[in-house]
Design a protein around this ligand. Sequence first.
Ligand code: CS2
Length: 517
Amino acid sequence: MRVPLNTALAEPNIDYSAPDIVPRLSAENLPQLPPGVVRPKFALGSLATGIVHLGCGSFHRAHQALATQHAIAATGDPRWGIASVAMSRPDVVTALRAQDNLYTTLLNDGGRVRAEVVGTITEAVHAPSDPIGVARRIADPRVRVVTLTVTTDGYCVSPVTGRLDTGCDRVVRDLRRRARPQTPIGMVVAGLAEVRRRGGIPPVLISCDNLSANGHQLRSAVIDFAALTDDRLADWIARNVRFPCSVVDRIVQPGTAADAAVARNWLGGIDDRTPVSAEPFLTWTIEDFDGERPHWEAAGAQFVGDVTDHELAKLRLLNGTHMLLAYLGALAGYPTIAQAAADPALAALARQFMLCEQAPTLALSGAELRSTVDELVRRFRNPAIRHDMTRVGRNGSDKLLPRVVAAMSDNVAARRPTPAAVLLIAAWIRWFDVARTDDAVMRLIDTRADALAGPAAEADPHRRAELFLARTDIFGAVPDLERVQREVGDALAELGRDSVPEVVRRRLLPEFEGRTR
Ligand code: CS2
């Protein structure tokens, strides 16, 4: 099948290095912004830094940093400014610094826009230029909370064992040069070591990444890393540091040149090089913990005893279905989730996948499930969010197990059919070929791309499916493996021969076939 060239992919990025022609957003011009723009309800200079955040990406800026702004506005508690750390690229840091760390969030439901300037970032830090500085900030006694959005890959944890992958090159490198850590885990351990040395009270560490039991995985990674250097430090962390799990939800796209133009309009001609665009929907469910923190409830966060049910529902319904739309949608030539979700066959399969394959593995009542699925279909289709396939599809080998394969394995064990999960896996495998074509709408970025080059080169679809599915580091222990391998092989053969809508339609149950809304 030939993948059509889709020029809509070319959504230009913001040119961070362009010279300033119009004034940049700043503390000085904040009071002059048009009245329609929501502004921080506190004096910018009054905030102390009480939070260190690792991963100053668009998700953090549209979620935790904005939620913290609302928490400060509700209580007037000025202790919760954020030192926000970019883990790799310097662009955002440079742009934020040139704007007194201010930026605009554009919340767009596909019709109305709410523009709000966020002022909670007290400092933007570029980790590679200042690795020791990050640990020093984590150890600052005023810092009571460390949050992380470093993506699954940033934890260096095996998706199967949930423990630190001690063979990972970055971990090996950090262990060799402990004074200058480059991984988030190495930085956290260096910061905690300093707190312990000083006899201080450690901050609470909250993972905001889409991992199962993210707090437990972060705790394992940090303790395993510490144990490789100092058993007593590992023991101290195990006894004194809290790692509550948290489940975050908001669909965010990194600011594009188009967003910068929208922001400039809202800001009355003032330039913002770091706007973020997102849907209005936001949830944040955090495992209750003792310790000082912003009053995030004011921004809609909820604190619960156990986040497990929320997490499984979020990972399997939203993130799992995102993967289905990304791999199959991109094979059909759609460059964004919204475009894939507007395709009748793909939308019907997405619904069937959520209701018939993911839902039986979740603790949701029928009514909750139906309203969640309806809302998700609407959210996926939000035309204002150009959620790009490469972002959603990257590092599939880390994300498949918690989002798709765990539920599929439960279903296989319970003898429930899994046609959508099988097709999703086949579509992912197919990307290892298709991504190499010039007009592919998704690039394949995967931490295991090198290791999978051999299986991906296998010409026979059934043999290829066997080789991929035999990788227990990606798929865990799939019950009835031979049958699943055969089904994935069949789906791969079909995807190589027929159009995506044809292959999808063949798997639709009668009650989903006519369901396009
Ligand atoms: C997406 C998420 O890229 C991805 O893996 O599925 O970023 C998704 O948009 C968020 O989790 C929504 O809360």
